[in-house]
Design a protein around this ligand. Structure first.
Ligand code: CIR
Length: 267
């Protein structure tokens, strides 16, 4: 297993938003984001990432794929290698083939999910294991196939459940440190985080659960004052980022990057 903390990263891949991002998938219509506003949120995110100490590889926009800014979903990356996934939304399946060449270029070991469907948004990498949440995007066949790929990378994994009606497992949780997760009440109630210290999201700020620990900082959506205060009081170094526009298309902070600790090509 890894010797460094699971939130220790020196490399990320991001993709510039396309103008078509205004047509991104959403479960409920809360109005479309504008391209300019998404671009501004994305730029601030990449700046914050660099500030946190990672080298960013920035891929060009893909007009044919409105949701392709959310690079977390078509792949998974680790120090040991990468996995090209099969996104569970029909409009997003092709994103896997678009990101695969970059992964083959940057990693010595790349596995392809052989069956089923799985989105990276359903995967929480913790110190001890990789948690795979079943959801409307990640089916049992995909989760089992993913476990086999993770096995080949030497990563322990477990299959868990995403709460009903929640897009992705990580929509509702994030890793704060080696022992602690930030979780919504509805997800914590399912008992998946029994082995962790849990910090629960204040009622009404559920979308804040998709925070992102990167090295010394925890990135949190700027619209969630009570969560920010809670984390701040607990001693975390909080960096706030605007996520108002990307939330209109059901996205949060983790979705916009693939993160790993690189020891040079192939880990
Ligand atoms: C989708 O529905 O696929 C996009 N509109 C949002 C994806 C968010 N990704 C993530 O949470 N990992």
């Amino acid at each position: 297993m890894t010797s460094h903390p699971a939130y220790h990263f020196n490399s990320i891949i991001v993709r510039e938003p396309s103008r078509s991002v205004v047509n991104g998938l959403r479960a409920k219509d809360r109005g479309s984001p504008t391209y300019e506003d998404v671009k501004a949120e994305h730029d601030a995110y990449v700046d914050a990432m660099r500030e946190a100490g990672v080298k960013a590889t920035v891929l060009p926009p893909l007009e044919a794929f409105p949701d392709s800014i959310f690079v977390e979903d078509p792949a998974l990356v680790f120090t040991e290698g990468a996995i090209v996934l099969r996104p569970g939304a029909a409009a997003r399946v092709g994103e896997a083939g678009e990101i695969a060449p970059t992964l083959r270029d940057m990693f010595d070991t790349v596995h392809d999910l052989p069956a089923g469907y799985a989105d990276g948004g359903d995967v929480l990498t913790t110190q001890e294991s990789v948690m795979i949440g079943l959801s409307a995007r990640t089916d049992r066949a995909g989760a089992e196939a993913l476990r086999a790929c993770l096995d080949k990378l030497g990563r322990k994994s477990e299959i868990v459940k995403t709460p009903e009606g929640v897009l992705h497992f990580k929509t509702d949780c994030s890793l704060l440190d080696q022992e602690t997760v930030l979780s919504t009440n509805r997800l914590a109630r399912s008992g998946v985080f029994q082995n962790f210290r849990q910090m629960l999201i204040p009622e009404g700020e559920e979308a804040a659960a998709n925070a992102l620990r990167v090295n010394e900082v925890v990135m949190v959506g700027a619209d969630f004052p009570r969560t920010i205060e809670m984390l701040d009081k607990a001693g975390y170094k909080v960096v706030t980022l605007k996520t108002t526009e990307i939330r209109k298309i059901d996205a949060g902070l983790s979705c916009m990057s693939l993160r790993w600790f690189s020891r040079g090509k192939g880990g």
